[in-house]
Design a protein around this ligand. Structure first.
Ligand SMILES: [Mg+2]
Length: 208
């Protein structure tokens, strides 16, 4: 492993794993409902399911204990993109998934991406209450570029000086601050990371 190799952070759900496409049919079977991916204009599941936040969190927690979590599809283009990036960078998954998801998350990442990721790190979030935020976790880990789909996390991270590549989704539509680069397909991610890393190297060189 190359010394001082730049570490890139990757959110797991909706960046690597099609979580929503897995939980929706599971939820529909359980509750005899008919929700579709297109219904999720927000990632606050309770607003779509029309239940309390507490109940929605319980549902998601239960899903994270099921084998379906190990059967999620990788986001299109991510397997190829990740392999390409691994040649130059260290790849660190950072997720707000609950602790119960740890073994399945590790297994899934290893299987789908051929063991190229570092051990996933878990931040605080909806399942953990006020734990360490993803921005704090990224800072601690020395991650200065994060690939993410959550708009609030993206905003928090740029405030802390972390550059964010935001994968365009229905739930992250509001205008994003400077420091967030919106991409539409996974195949744009390697070149975007390359550009951001070389920009920040030039900047570091200038100030020295
Ligand atoms: Mg996500």
């Amino acid at each position: 492993m190359v010394e001082n190799q730049v570490e890139i952070g990757f959110d797991v759900d909706e960046v690597l794993a099609e979580f929503l496409k897995g939980i929706i049919p599971w939820y529909n079977r359980k509750h005899k409902t008919n929700f579709k991916y297109e219904d999720f204009h927000t990632y606050d599941f309770w607003k779509v399911w029309n239940c309390s936040k507490e109940d929605a969190v319980k549902e998601a927690l239960e899903f994270c204990r099921q084998d379906e979590l190990s059967e999620l599809e990788p986001v299109k283009g991510s397997v190829e993109g990740v392999k390409l990036l691994r040649q130059k960078y260290q790849l660190q998954p950072v997720t707000a998934r609950p602790d119960v998801a740890l073994p399945r998350t590790k297994g899934w990442l290893a299987e789908k991406y051929d063991n190229v990721f570092l051990r996933p790190k878990f931040s605080g979030g909806v399942y953990h209450g006020p734990g360490k935020s993803k921005a704090e976790l990224c800072k601690e880990l020395g991650i200065n570029v994060l690939v993410e789909d959550n708009g609030d996390t993206a905003k928090e991270c740029v405030k802390e000086g972390i550059r964010v590549i935001l994968i365009d989704r229905a739930w992250n539509q509001p205008v994003m601050p400077k420091g967030v680069v919106r991409v539409y397909h996974w195949d744009q991610i390697p070149e975007t990371i390359e550009r951001i890393v070389s920009e920040s190297r030039e900047y570091t060189h200038e100030v020295q």
